[in-house]
Design a protein around this ligand. Structure first.
Ligand SMILES: [Zn+2]
Length: 343
């Protein structure tokens, strides 16, 4: 099993401002988790390159790319919680470049799977908007690269605790990309309602699974086994990309979910199962959020073990009555576009 891990010193050069939770130590924490678990030597570590203008412009407006580029060497606030520093542009280029390159290598068979420790994260960045600690939408740029290379169907699974409004916006009318997000709701950024399902030819190719605060491993696994996996099988993607946010970890300072490292490992296992059909196992995970350093270390290691082919952990437990109550609602929302959910 050839698994690539994409890390770069440049990821740590983005300074979001003093006291900001989206800090360079986050990448160090994931890296520490991987090394302490003795997994580093089993991974390949390709050199990370910048994304090119051509790659970025497939999903971002030219003015957006120019606006981020214009922050080079300066400190520029975009909104209350998103500020670019002198090296943010370089880091954002590398963050997107890593996921594009990982995807390319997986599609070409040079790697089986990959994990990108990309920073800054990307899933809140819209086609023309910097938002929520995100500048370029790393996973969306990689999905667009896959489409440009002739891949017909890309599944993006987003298990970050927040809704990936940017990824949703970018592919909202595109039936070639199925975007599936589980997220705490109601919560930042306020999007991700079940009724947001895509539009035009993309109708049915956006799936939102809003979950209540306090959801546990068992809650997530029920939703992923009962909804995400059957949906993935119906879509039969040729590539699976994962917005791997670790901020649903119990104890994350920004959110209120209760996932454990084992829970994250199990979710990664389901994402790989989703890649078992036409994707032939091709999967790329990219770091999004996650602000508890110990959570990042343990969850990052758990996910890496699964990518390396180890049996996913089984955290056990039983789902809450609230999640059991929601399952038929999730299915009902999917049924019009996905007939297998109407049975
Ligand atoms: Zn998040």
């Amino acid at each position: 099993m050839k698994v690539g891990c994409f890390d770069s010193p440049v990821f740590r050069e983005h300074d979001a401002g003093p006291g900001h939770p989206e800090r360079p130590q986050r990448v160090d924490a994931v890296r520490r988790g991987i090394e302490r678990s003795g997994l580093g030597g089993r991974l390949e570590w390709p050199l990370v390159r910048s994304a090119t203008a051509v790659e970025l412009l497939r999903v971002h407006a030219e003015e957006h790319v120019r606006a981020v580029e214009a922050t080079e060497g300066r400190t520029v606030p975009f909104d209350a919680d998103t500020q670019a520093g002198p090296r943010t542009y370089a880091a954002a280029l590398h963050a997107a470049g890593a996921v594009v390159d990982a995807t390319t290598r997986v599609l070409e068979g040079r790697l089986d799977r990959a994990f990108c420790l990309s920073r800054p994260p990307g899933h809140h960045a819209e086609s023309d908007r910097v938002m929520g600690f995100c500048y370029f939408n790393n996973v969306a740029v990689a999905a667009a690269e896959a489409l440009a290379r002739g891949v017909a169907r890309v599944l993006i699974v987003d298990f970050d605790v927040h809704h990936g409004n940017g990824t949703q916006e970018i592919f909202y009318t595109d039936p070639r990309v199925l975007y599936v997000s589980s997220h705490q709701f109601p919560f930042y950024p306020g999007t991700g309602l079940q009724l947001e399902q895509g539009s035009g030819p993309g109708r049915g190719y956006t799936t939102n699974l809003p979950m209540p605060a306090g959801s546990t491993d068992a809650d997530y696994l029920m939703v992923y086994r009962e909804i995400v996996l059957p949906l993935a099988r119906a879509f039969d993607p040729e590539l699976v990309l994962v917005s791997a946010g670790f901020d649903a970890f119990g104890g994350d300072p920004l959110a209120g979910m209760q996932l454990t490292a084992d829970g994250y490992g199990a979710l990664a296992g389901i994402c790989l199962e989703a890649a078992a059909g036409a994707a032939n196992g091709r999967a790329v995970l990219a770091l999004e959020g996650g602000y508890d350093l110990d959570g990042l270390a343990s969850s990052g290691a758990a996910v890496t073990r699964v990518l390396l082919g180890e049996t996913p952990p089984d955290p056990g437990g039983s789902a809450s009555t609230e999640i059991v109550r929601r399952l038929p609602l999730y299915r009902a929302a999917l049924a019009p576009s996905w007939p297998s959910f109407s049975r």
